[in-house]
Design a protein around this ligand. Structure first.
Ligand SMILES: O=C(O)[C@H](O)COP(=O)(O)O
Ligand SMILES: [Mn+2]
Ligand SMILES: [Mn+2]
Length: 548
C-alpha cells in the first residue's frame, strides 16, 4: 500500500490525466500546427491555470543521448513508471558495444540454427537511424558478426521509414547500405537486401489495427510474392516514379529477384531476427512466426525457423520466446501500486494509441492490474490526414461516461490526433487535429469540475509543433526545389506541457518548475493529488499546495 500523504489530503473528486500525443512546445511558431490551430480551451488553460514544461526526450526518458527525440513508448513508460529506465535503444547499443549480445544464448542459437539449416540468417526490421523502433547500426553490427561467425548467407528485409526520419530519405539509407553489403560480400559471404516496403504499408501494424499489413509483409518477406526489382535502390526509384507524391512510409511492397526468382524467401531451417527493439509494432509479425494456431491471416506455409526478437516485446505474453537483449525490467509502476492501494483506474484511447495508455503505461505488460478498466475505441483504417478528428469525440464520450459512473478514482486517456496526423506531414490536417483535441477538452473538463476533480493535461513528446524541416542555417522552413516546404513527419525534441486544471480548490494548487523535471515526475504528482505519498523509487512530485 502507498502511504497516505501527510502533506496533502487529496482531492475528493476524480483525478484525470489526459495525454495529447505529439503536442510539444516549440521554440518558434514557424511551422507549428499548434500555433496555427484555433484552440480556445488550451489557450485559456495556459493563461489561467498552473502550467510548466517537462522534458520528454533524450536521457530524460532513457534514450542514449539528448539528440534522441522522445516517442510514445519511452514517454508513456516514464509517465506510468514514475522513473526513468535505460530503454531498448540504449540497452541494445550497450550490448553491442560490450559484445555481451554475442555471448547470449539467443544469438548463439540464431547462428547455430542457421548453420544447421541452409546457412541463412534473415534480418527484418525498420531500416533507418530513427532510434525509435530500431537503429541501422545494430543491423550492420549483426551482419558483420554473422560473417565473422561463418554464416554464409544473410538476407535483409527492409521496412522503409520516412516517419522517424525525413519523409523521403530512403535512398540516403539504402544506397550506402547496398555499397556496404557489396563490400562485405566476398570470400564466400553473400549478403543482400531481399524484400521491403513502406513501414505503414507492410508488417509494422500495431494493436491489431490492421492485420492485412502483416499479411502483406508475410507474403513479401517469407513467400517472396510481389512486384520484382533487381535491387532495393531500383525499387525505391521506380516506385517513386510510379506513385508520385507517395512518401516513404507508404511505399508499396517489393521483392528483390534475380532471373525472376526471389533472392531471399524464408525457408525451413533458416534463422530470422526481427531487429526492432520496440514492441508495439513488432508483436503481430512475431506472432505470425511463433504462434502454432495462428488465424489472423493465411500464412500459406509456416517455415520452421529459429526466430528471435531484438528484445522481448511483451513481458506478460512472453513474446517472443527468444530475444537477443533483455528488455528494461520496468517495476513498481503507478498502475501496480495504485492497484495495491485499492485505487480504481480507467484507461481509454482509440486503437492506434490504446496500448500506449495500457501496455506502455504499465511497463510493457498486457495484463491488467486489479481495479483497472480499459476501454478501446476502434480507430478507422484510413489515411489520418483525411480524418484529422480521428476518434477524439468518442474518447471524450467514453471518458465522460466513465467519470459520471463514479466508479473510478483516477482516469487516463490519450488523444492520438497531434501525433498520428502530425506523422502524415499535412500541416492543414494537423491544425485540425489539434482543434479536434481542444474541442473535446472543452467537453471533458467541465465534467471533471462538476465532480470536484482535477485534471493534468500533458503530452508524451512533440510532433505537430514542428511540421516543416527547419533549415539549420536560416532557421526558416526548408524548401523543396519547387518552392514548397519540406514536410517533417517525425517527432520533435521539444518539451511538453503539464497543465493542472483545478477549478475546485480556489487556486490552492500549483506546479513547481523543478529543474530538469520530466515525464517521470507525473506519477508522483498524480499520487499526491490522490492524497498518497509516492513510491520511494519514483521521481519527485511537482504539486505545490499553497496554505491558507
Ligand atoms: O510508430 C510510430 O508511429 C512512430 O515511429 C513513432 O510514433 P509514436 O512513438 O508516437 O507511436
Ligand atoms: Mn506518442
Ligand atoms: Mn508518433
Amino acid at each position: 500500500m502507498l502511504q497516505k500523504s501527510a502533506f496533502f489530503p487529496g482531492i475528493q473528486g476524480p483525478i484525470v490525466t489526459i495525454v495529447m500525443d505529439g503536442y510539444g512546445i516549440a521554440k518558434s511558431d514557424v511551422g507549428s500546427a499548434i500555433a496555427a490551430a484555433r484552440k480556445p480551451t488550451l489557450d485559456h488553460l495556459f493563461a489561467n491555470h498552473p502550467n510548466i514544461t517537462l522534458r520528454a526526450h533524450g536521457t530524460a526518458v532513457g534514450m542514449p543521448s539528448d539528440e534522441d527525440m522522445g516517442n510514445s513508448e519511452v514517454g508513456h513508460n516514464a509517465i506510468g513508471a514514475g522513473q526513468v529506465y535505460s530503454q531498448g535503444a540504449s540497452l541494445v547499443a550497450e550490448a553491442i558495444a560490450s559484445g555481451s549480445i554475442w555471448q547470449g544464448a539467443a544469438w548463439q542459437q540464431i547462428i547455430a540454427g542457421a548453420k544447421a539449416g541452409r546457412g541463412v540468417i534473415h534480418f527484418i526490421g525498420l531500416f533507418s537511424d530513427g532510434n525509435v523502433h530500431s537503429h541501422i547500426d545494430h543491423l550492420r553490427a549483426m551482419i558483420l558478426r554473422a560473417n565473422e561467425e561463418g554464416v554464409p548467407v544473410v538476407r535483409i528485409h527492409i521496412l522503409i521509414d520516412g516517419r522517424d526520419v525525413p519523409e523521403t530519405s530512403a535512398l540516403e539509407y539504402v544506397l550506402p547500405f547496398e555499397a556496404f553489403l557489396a563490400e562485405v560480400s566476398r570470400d564466400g559471404f553473400d549478403a543482400r537486401i531481399a524484400s521491403g516496403g513502406g513501414r505503414m504499408n507492410i508488417t509494422m501494424d500495431r494493436y491489431e489495427a490492421n492485420w492485412s499489413m502483416v499479411d502483406k509483409g508475410w507474403q513479401t518477406h517469407v513467400l517472396g510474392k510481389g512486384e520484382q526489382y533487381e535491387s532495393a535502390s531500383a525499387a525505391v526509384q521506380a516506385l517513386r516514379v510510379k506513385f508520385p507524391g507517395t512518401i516513404d512510409q507508404d511505399l508499396p511492397a517489393f521483392v528483390i529477384a534475380s532471373d525472376g526468382r526471389p533472392v531471399g524467401t524464408i525457408e525451413d531451417g533458416d534463422s530470422v531476427v526481427f531487429f526492432n527493439f520496440r514492441g508495439d509494432r513488432s508483436i503481430e509479425i512475431t506472432r505470425a512466426f511463433e504462434e502454432a494456431g495462428f488465424d489472423k491471416f493465411d500464412r500459406v506455409r509456416m517455415p520452421r525457423v529459429t526466430y528471435a526478437g531484438m528484445l522481448q516485446y511483451d513481458g506478460d505474453l512472453k513474446l517472443p520466446k527468444r530475444f537477443l537483449v533483455d528488455p528494461p525490467a520496468i517495476l513498481d509502476t503507478m498502475g501496480e501500486w495504485f492497484a495495491k492501494s485499492g485505487i480504481t483506474q480507467f484507461a481509454c484511447s482509440e486503437t492506434q494509441k490504446f496500448g500506449h495508455v495500457t501496455y506502455f503505461w504499465n511497463g510493457n505488460r498486457s495484463n491488467k492490474f486489479d481495479g483497472e478498466t480499459y476501454q478501446e475505441v476502434s480507430s478507422d483504417v484510413v489515411p489520418f490526414e483525411q480524418r484529422p478528428w480521428m476518434k477524439a469525440a468518442e474518447i471524450a464520450d467514453a471518458m465522460i461516461e466513465a467519470l459520471q459512473s463514479g466508479q473510478y478514482r483516477t482516469l487516463r486517456c490519450n488523444f492520438a490526433n497531434g501525433d498520428m496526423v502530425g506523422h502524415t506531414g499535412s500541416f492543414r490536417a494537423a491544425t485540425m487535429a489539434i482543434e479536434a483535441v481542444d474541442l473535446q477538452l472543452a467537453r471533458i473538463l467541465p465534467v471533471v469540475k462538476a465532480l470536484g476533480g482535477v485534471a493534468l493535461i500533458t503530452a508524451d513528446h512533440g510532433n505537430a509543433d514542428e511540421m516543416y524541416e527547419i533549415d539549420k542555417k536560416t532557421r526558416q522552413p526548408a524548401q523543396n526545389p519547387d518552392g514548397s516546404f519540406k514536410a517533417k513527419t517525425s517527432h520533435t525534441l521539444n518539451p511538453v506541457p503539464l497543465i493542472l486544471y483545478d477549478a475546485v480548490t480556489g487556486g490552492k494548487l500549483g506546479l513547481r518548475p523543478l529543474p530538469g523535471a520530466g515525464l517521470s515526475n507525473i506519477a508522483a504528482t498524480i499520487t499526491h493529488l490522490l492524497g498518497f505519498e509516492k513510491h520511494a523509487k519514483w521521481d519527485e512530485s511537482l504539486l505545490e499546495v499553497r496554505q491558507g
